[in-house]
Design a binder for this molecule. Structure first.
Ligand SMILES: [Zn+2]
Ligand SMILES: [Zn+2]
Length: 273
């Protein structure tokens, strides 16, 4: 089944023409509990992992195996994610425990060419110790492209200029720019990170330039504030199970990459509501 986010309830570009030049395309993944295979994009599903390739382990935890967090085939996110040449699968793993260089997980990103995988590893090692909150429930995904405008990422001067209009629109319509009109909540690729707090964009440690947002993992697909505007038509009045992770108190994990440096350096940030 597809998932369709309803159109923005107001004409954002007419009300706030200043944000038009900052719009970005994102793909909401809409993870839903299910039984994905390694031939599919998934959250918490099996990876297309070559049998001969060592499974990633955590250095800090004495070689403990990581867990699969997401696998995305290029065909599911056309034009939004810039895959390295020759690659058509993005895989994210992490060690599901707390780490010394951050409050939670430390993600690992792999890009792969599906056609080069001959024998698939069918039973990856599993960590004996794990924090259940950091292990996603196996989910199929329903990728959907949406247009976003900066919310937390609105520059200060632009925010100052727009604030009276944002308040006026809220008072007149009940729709809030930040919660309902700007950025999508939940698991997504591209677009703007679904920050729960002030943005903290990393700079690439190789070239010093600001990195690009690759992926957001959140504790919920939509919270009380955003659900009214962002819940897909198919999920209204429906109780569904998504990946079921919890980062601190409703926080998020955000992955970034540098598109220009060789080897695609990756960094991550976390926040907590
Ligand atoms: Zn670890
Ligand atoms: Zn760089």
């Amino acid at each position: 089944m597809t998932r369709r986010t309803p159109p923005r309830p107001l004409d954002v570009e007419r009300l706030f023409p200043e944000v038009v030049r900052h719009k970005k395309e994102a793909v909401r993944l809409h993870p839903r509990a299910g039984g994905p295979t390694y031939r599919q994009s998934s959250v918490g599903g099996p990876l297309l992992w070559p049998e001969r390739e060592p499974w990633p382990v955590c250095d800090e935890h004495g070689g403990a195996p990581m867990v699969a967090v997401a696998q995305i085939y290029r065909a599911d996110v056309p034009d939004v994610v810039a895959f390295p040449e020759g690659c058509d699968v993005l895989q994210v793993l992490w060690c599901p425990r707390r780490h010394s260089d951050g409050p939670w997980v430390v993600p690992r990103v792999h890009w792969r060419a599906a056609g080069e995988v001959r024998q698939v590893l069918d039973a990856p090692p599993a960590p004996t110790e794990r924090h259940e909150n950091y292990v996603p429930r196996p989910c199929v995904v329903h990728p959907e492209r949406v247009t976003e405008y900066p919310g937390w990422d609105l520059a200060d001067d632009l925010w100052d200029a727009l604030e009276p209009r944002i308040q006026q629109v809220l008072a007149e319509t009940g729709w809030d720019y930040e919660y309902h009109l700007s950025t999508a909540p939940g698991t997504k690729l591209g677009g703007y990170p679904a920050w729960g707090q002030d943005p903290q964009w990393p700079a690439c440690t190789e070239c010093g330039r600001p990195m690009e947002h690759l992926l957001t993992f959140e504790s919920t697909e939509s919270d009380a504030g955003s659900a009214r505007a962002w819940t897909p038509v198919e999920d209204r009045e429906v109780r569904y199970e998504s990946a079921g992770m919890m980062f601190g108190d409703m926080g998020g994990v955000y992955l970034f990459e540098c598109l220009t440096c060789p080897g695609r350096p990756v960094a991550h940030r976390v926040d907590c509501a």
